[in-house]
Ligand binder design. Structure first.
Ligand code: GH3
Ligand code: MG
Ligand code: MG
Ligand code: MG
Length: 323
């Protein structure tokens, strides 16, 4: 039942990401100082690609970093600038690290070509430039680049899905487990405060019973939205499981954490939650807060204290914060 109502994540999204290939005309940046040469190359590529021209290597470098090109074509023979330096600059910038580079070399420049290939140039062509050869080499590079872009995007997406809760879009428990220790260690070594709060919706079973599982899910999504709105960007908010959420707050002492928790509690109580067509249901939440402030504290003791505080909030009548 859960799987059918939770946002469908997984293989379908991955497949979708892989089949939406970018089929537009390749965008090429030609870096060439000589107008006669650049005009000739441009003509040869005119039916294949949209070509921008940079007649200055440094301007070209900047342009390549700022625009979504599919390939850079560098013509050798700059008067005062080593084209190989341009190649290594392109390879050292994050924005152009994976951008294909094709070098157009003069006949007899074998040594320079070898060095260029060592620097990460993907392919080269020797003058006089044969149009069909240039087009074929360009197409190969663009195809490879686009395929790699898609692989990179789907790997990124897979990683994001693995640490995201599908229902609420918050981080999931796996992400919390892998980051809490890091945040804890950082706070310890910098002698900075660190607080956590655990929230648990009150009488949530009754919401499910009355409005169905989908109604319950709608409440969870809205709860997550209000929670996120009331904590800072650097706070780590996650769905811990079911209707329990955890927020880790770096650089936050107990007094501030309690205020944040109280703000969350009152924002939940303040307005009814929509469940289906125009139906509003009042929701409340109980919150336990704990702060890293004891010698010998660990992630486990900190979480235990927050959990004990939550238990106390429940026992004390719910819809309250215990810090
Ligand atoms: P209280 O916390 O105030 O003691 O009462 P409660 O009714 O909230 O009690 P409990 O924490 O035991 O119940 C949580 C319920 O949340 C049980 C489970 O069916 C429901 N639940 C867990 N995960 C989901 C989910 O993803 N969607 C929906 N709709 N319900 C869920
Ligand atoms: Mg619970
Ligand atoms: Mg419970
Ligand atoms: Mg509950």
């Amino acid at each position: 039942l859960r799987a059918s109502t939770t946002r469908n994540i997984g293989i379908e999204e991955l497949l979708a990401a892989r089949t939406t290939t970018n089929e537009g005309s390749p965008r090429v940046l030609l870096i060439d100082e000589k107008p006669s040469s650049s005009a000739a190359i441009r003509t040869k590529l005119s039916g294949t690609a949209d070509v921008d021209l940079a007649d200055d290597p440094q301007v070209g470098l900047f342009q390549a970093a700022e625009n979504p090109y599919d390939c850079v074509v560098i013509s050798t023979g700059f008067a005062e600038f080593d084209p190989l330096r341009l190649c290594s600059q392109l390879r050292s910038l994050d924005r152009t690290r994976f951008l294909p580079i094709i070098l157009i070399a003069e006949m007899g420049e074998d040594e320079r070509i070898v060095r260029a290939l060592e620097l990460g140039v993907n392919d080269y062509i020797v003058r006089p430039v044969d149009e069909q050869e240039l087009v074929a080499r360009l197409r190969t590079q663009v195809k490879r680049k686009r395929y790699n872009d898609h692989l990179r995007a789907s790997v990124t997406q897979t990683i994001e899905m693995a640490v995201t809760d599908g229902l609420t879009g918050l981080h999931n428990r796996r992400y919390l487990d892998s980051h809490l220790q890091t945040l804890f260690d950082r706070a310890m070594s910098r002698r900075r405060p660190l607080s956590v709060m655990i929230t648990d919706l009150d009488r949530f079973k009754a919401i499910n019973d009355t409005f169905g599982h989908d109604g319950g899910d709608a409440v969870l999504r809205e709860f997550a939205r209000r929670l996120r709105k009331n904590v800072r960007g650097i706070d780590l908010a996650c769905r811990f499981g079911g209707e329990e959420f955890v927020v880790v707050m770096p650089d936050t002492d107990g007094a501030i954490a309690e205020k944040v928790a109280e703000r969350v509690r009152s924002e939940i109580e303040r307005a009814v939650f929509e469940v289906g067509a125009g139906e509003g249901v009042p929701v409340t939440v109980s919150v336990g807060v704990a702060t890293l402030n004891r010698a010998g504290d660990s992630v486990e003791t900190l979480m235990k204290r927050a959990d004990d505080a939550l238990y106390e909030a429940k026992n004390g009548g719910r819809n309250r914060v215990v810090a």
